[in-house]
Design a binder for this molecule. Structure first.
Ligand code: TA6
Length: 282
């Protein structure tokens, strides 16, 4: 079967569906520039998309891989996680080869972004699909005349079979700040991260790949360019406060995010920065 990329409507959203020659599949929404679904070749869905997500472009989509830019979370005065996840991106490029399928979406400044964040920029989001692997790369170009600074993330909602049985390896010895625990910086001394309560941690300077073990299957997560890793699960209490997630939704997801949250990234005029997250199904 040849690789295929086609514009589709996904539950009412303008989107692009990708299939690689070996049968891996992904769906990317133009609203938010957001990967909503990823099934590796011969595999099952690996991303969580809330059954109660609003898909009418009235607010950010709960699930998949939201792009947070130019602000991570509430670390500034902009709307939470910035405006990119609530903007309409454009499909710029698509490529189908024997062993991969790839597309590039773009988002530039406009009147609305300028009113919130007065900088000229261009974002390029490249999504490449191949066998057991999904690569998502965000490139930020400063198209203005003065430098700017931003925080950002690929806020990946990984689907898990049962979050209490999931084990995330690779963060031993790293320092993190727990958003639920004040401003203390804590060193992780566990073999792996387990979720049995609300968890919202920004791990600093993570160079190593991570491995998620989840009820008999695995996911390898590698990031480049993004210095931090955010691990988030709202648990029962936090989930109850989210009106776009079912009561037990927290059991089916774990956000493992490639982020630049602790320090702002500065980009000079005419210069670019990029960060990437790669997911490999094991
Ligand atoms: O990345 C973790 C986080 O910043 C959490 O604090 C949590 O609130 C989550 O993102 C979701 O944010 P949202 O604005 O999409 O509800």
């Amino acid at each position: 079967m040849p690789a295929l990329i086609e514009q589709v409507t996904f539950q009412g959203l303008p989107a692009v569906a990708m299939t690689s020659a070996d049968g891996a599949r992904a769906v990317v929404s133009l609203f938010g520039g957001q990967v909503l679904s990823w099934c590796p070749a011969h595999g099952e869905e690996r991303l969580y998309l809330s059954d109660d997500a609003r898909l009418d472009q009235s607010r950010a989509i709960r699930g998949g891989v939201p792009v947070c830019f130019p602000q991570f979370g509430a670390l500034g005065k902009l709307p939470r996680h910035g405006f990119a996840r609530q903007s309409l991106w454009t499909l710029r490029d698509q490529r189908c080869a024997d062993d991969y399928a790839m597309l590039t979406l773009t988002l530039g400044d406009d009147e609305r972004s300028m009113a919130l964040w007065p900088h000229a920029f261009e974002l390029e989001l490249s999504v490449a699909l191949e066998g057991q692997r999904l690569d998502i790369e965000l490139e930020v170009t400063n198209t203005g005349y003065a430098s700017f600074a931003f925080t950002a993330a690929l806020h990946t909602y990984v689907r898990v079979k049962e979050v209490e049985n999931a084990r995330l390896e690779g963060l031993y010895g790293h320092h993190y700040r727990d958003a639920n625990g004040g401003s203390d910086i804590i060193r992780d001394t566990g073999d792996c991260v387990v979720v049995d309560a609300p968890l919202d941690r920004i791990y600093h300077d993570v160079q190593r790949p991570l491995t998620l073990h989840d009820s008999g299957r695995g996911l390898h997560i590698v990031s480049e360019g993004f210095p931090d890793v955010v691990v988030w699960n709202p648990w029962e209490t936090g989930c109850a406060q989210l009106d776009d997630m079912p009561e037990s939704g927290f059991r089916r997801m774990l956000c493992i995010e490639a982020a630049a949250a602790r320090h702002k990234i500065e980009v000079d005029a005419d210069q670019s920065w990029y960060g990437r997250q790669t997911l490999i199904a094991l």
